[in-house]
Design a protein around this ligand. Structure first.
Ligand SMILES: [Zn+2]
Length: 117
């Protein structure tokens, strides 16, 4: 006997259920769980959710290496800002893009003023 635990409200539904019987949210991406009387460990669920939102040191190192490469880093910034990444990485990418664009605009303006095109 399997069951599905609703992610939204914690209701225990049958293993074949597609929608929660309590709150009607989709159970399609909920894994079937073996029947047990054990209560849901919310602190464990929260720690998993938290860790998935945290960017690991390895990810940051990878991002910084890519951003250290000239020209590639501009493309990488767009990928980082708008790609399927963690929200923190997306925000970092967008912030870096804004700063890069400001830098480019200032560089163009300065060159225009000094006539060193
Ligand atoms: Zn529910």
């Amino acid at each position: 006997m399997t069951h599905k635990i609703c992610k939204e409200c914690g209701e225990i539904n049958s293993g074949s259920a597609r929608y929660c019987s309590n709150c009607n949210s989709s159970l399609l991406d909920v894994k079937k769980t073996e029947q047990s009387t054990e209560p849901i460990n919310y602190s464990k669920v929260q720690s998993i959710a938290y860790s998935s939102d945290t960017v690991t040191i390895g990810q940051w190192v990878g991002i910084m290496i890519v951003l250290a490469i000239p020209f590639i880093n501009i493309i990488a910034l767009f990928v980082i800002a708008f790609g399927e990444f963690n929200e923190s990485i997306n925000n970092f990418g967008k912030a870096s893009l804004i700063l890069a664009l400001v830098g480019i605009v200032i560089a163009i303006l300065l060159r225009g003023c000094t006539g060193l095109l």
